[in-house]
Design a protein around this ligand. Structure first.
Ligand SMILES: Nc1nc2c(ncn2[C@@H]2O[C@H](COP(=O)(O)OP(=O)(O)OP(=O)(O)O)[C@@H](O)[C@H]2O)c(=O)[nH]1
Length: 556
């Protein structure tokens, strides 16, 4: 936004009276979904059949693919605007000009668009009940969620009046699974990257983006339900429910849904308040055997092994200029992996880990025995992997590299074309896997494993808490409790170092996958060598288990 534009908006802010204590901020919903999934159709539905709700909409799309904003621009008589072919009140729809919501630059534009809607509604003395922000088809919802945090910390006035409440993702039910299996990158698709004003540069795979859009959502609309049969819909529902166990999954035709549900007015949702690590844990918790009686830790002798991943982070950092590394460690978003096991470089982590209150009481039918054979489990161990052996197992994942055209491809059984070839590779039926990896060559740095369809990535997640100076640890009791639960018990020698990977798949052979991974763990002999070299770089923090509750303390 230009300085002039910003100044004008700020000047007009004085039109807005401060909220009284009894007034609630206007809930904002973020609307994600891949190109063509039906976002515009849903918005049109919102504008026409609001169910008594006054909805303000921010359209954010790249111009070439953004027929929507071009239509919004087409002013017609009586202040009405043509939106997706229908006439709507133009003041209900704001265009995010030259904005691409996958760029960080859009933070300013987002603020401006929300502010403009607020001013328009104040001018006509008819406030909105909801604001919906449509993200571009290639936008990354986690980034936009992060931009809201940044706006909050920067104290932008728009967020004195409105707040991010929930995240909605539209999925094309007819094409999701084939796109999920595609090896295409976003750069391979001209329709995704080019237009008159914007160019998107990313090496992201489509499946990686699709997965993020599904996983970071409170509501997943399986749209185009008319194009799939009941069995296909049921299977898709099941797969999506495993990718995102906390979401409400709602089939829809042409965006027809109960808006009072999807634009729910309840307090900020868990997903809207979460950070990247929380996103992981929601799946991880659901992937656990709920009995928690069995400890798979090769070294830990404590059967009560902590699996309590309850989240209730209360203290929020409100300092926009904060550089305190304790606000991080979680949610490390940069791409480059650090090769230095002793690295203490703060840039290896530490995008702000915003602490938020959230209760997560959503009930979910996670009965593993489904008729589609979709199951999930969590692999947990407290021994490092040997990098070479792990590499060999990673190669068994169902990832088809672009040069492997002659090799066996990967199919979701019963979904993709072609017969399902027999294979004794237990890794081939994994749809999605992600989690923390402890590699023997990375003593201080945790790695994060992310695999979805044809996409695989193993990257630096940040330093282990055991290796992080105590002064950088969070102060909040709830955060401490969560971190300490990752230390396991007093029997666990290696702090929060651990393998913790969720696997979601079809007809998975859990025992065989576990056995393959177990073979990657260091042998007792290798472990002795590891212990020897690690002793040169002792951890800085340990846990005082005798305290009630257990608390971190400097290692002597
Ligand atoms: N059969 C069927 N077609 C649908 C449905 N919903 C939307 N469509 C059609 O799918 C096409 C894409 O819908 P849009 O609403 O423009 O999708 P979008 O997500 O806004 O697309 P982009 O703006 O390109 O990101 C349009 O031709 C819609 O009419 C549905 O439930 N069933």
């Amino acid at each position: 936004m230009s300085e002039d534009g910003d100044a004008l908006v700020r000047q007009k802010c004085c039109l807005l009276d401060p909220l009284t204590p009894s007034q609630e901020k206007i809930p904002i919903s973020l609307l994600s979904g891949f190109l063509g999934s039906g976002k515009t159709t849903l918005l049109q539905e919102m504008l026409q059949n609001k169910g008594g709700l006054k909805v303000g909409i921010v359209v954010n799309d790249m111009a070439a693919v953004n027929i929507d904003s071009k239509l919004v621009k087409t002013e017609t008589k009586r202040g009405l605007t043509s939106f997706a072919g229908e006439l709507v009140d133009s003041s209900d729809v704001m265009e995010l000009q030259n904005g691409c919501a996958c760029c960080s630059a859009s933070e300013e534009l987002l603020q401006q668009a929300i502010m403009k809607l607020l001013i328009v509604s104040a001018e006509r003395e008819d406030p909105f009940d909801r604001i919906v922000i449509e993200l571009s088809g290639v936008a990354e919802p986690k980034n936009i969620r992060k931009q809201f945090y940044e706006m909050e910390y920067a104290g932008h006035p728009a967020l004195d009046y409105a707040e991010l409440r929930n995240m909605v993702t539209v999925v094309d039910a007819a094409n999701f699974l084939s796109m999920y299996q595609s090896a295409e990158g976003i750069q391979d698709r001209a329709d995704l990257i080019e237009d008159d004003n914007n160019m998107v540069f990313t090496d992201r795979k489509i499946v990686d983006l699709l997965t993020e859009q599904v996983e970071v959502a409170d509501y997943v609309l399986l749209n185009k339900a008319d194009l799939v049969n009941d069995g296909q819909m049921e299977r898709l529902k099941k797969i999506v429910s495993f990718l995102n166990p906390t979401a409400d999954i709602i089939p829809s035709k042409f965006g027809k849904v109960d808006l009072s549900v999807v634009l729910g007015s309840e307090r900020s949702s868990w997903v809207a308040q979460a950070d990247d690590e929380d996103d992981f844990r929601s799946v991880e918790v659901h992937g656990h055997d709920h009995s928690h009686t069995e400890c798979n830790d090769a070294d830990c002798k404590d059967p009560s092994h902590a699996h309590d991943h309850s989240h209730a982070h209360d203290a929020a950092c409100t300092d926009p200029t904060c550089t305190d590394t304790s606000h991080s460690h979680h949610a490390h978003t940069h791409d480059a992996a650090c090769d230095d096991p002793e690295c203490t470089d703060a840039s290896h982590s530490h995008s702000h880990s915003h602490s938020h209150s959230h209760s997560h009481s959503h009930s979910h039918n996670d009965d593993p025995e489904t008729k589609f054979g979709i199951t999930s489990f969590v692999y947990t161990r407290r021994r490092p992997f040997h990098p070479d052996r792990l590499k060999a197992v990673i190669k068994m994942l169902p990832i088809k590299s672009s040069s492997s055209s002659g090799k066996e491809g990967w199919v979701i059984p019963g979904v993709a074309a072609g017969s399902r070839e027999q294979s004794d590779n237990p890794m081939r039926n994994i749809l999605r896997s992600k989690g923390f990896v402890w590699l023997s060559t990375y003593h201080r740095v945790a790695l994060f494993w992310s695999h979805a369809g044809q996409f695989f990535d193993l990257k630096d997640f940040g330093m282990y808490w055991a290796a992080t100076p105590l002064k950088f640890w969070p102060k909040s009791q709830d955060e401490l409790k969560e971190i300490i639960s990752d230390f396991g018990s007093k029997e666990c020698e290696w702090g929060d170092r651990r393998q913790e990977i969720v696997f979601i798949g079809v007809d998975m052979q859990k025992e065989k996958i576990e056995a393959l991974l177990d073979d990657c763990l260091l042998t007792d002999e290798e472990m002795e060598l590891y212990r020897e070299s690690a002793s040169e770089f002792p951890d800085l923090v340990t846990v005082d288990w005798s305290a009630e509750p257990p608390r971190p303390r400097l290692r002597k």
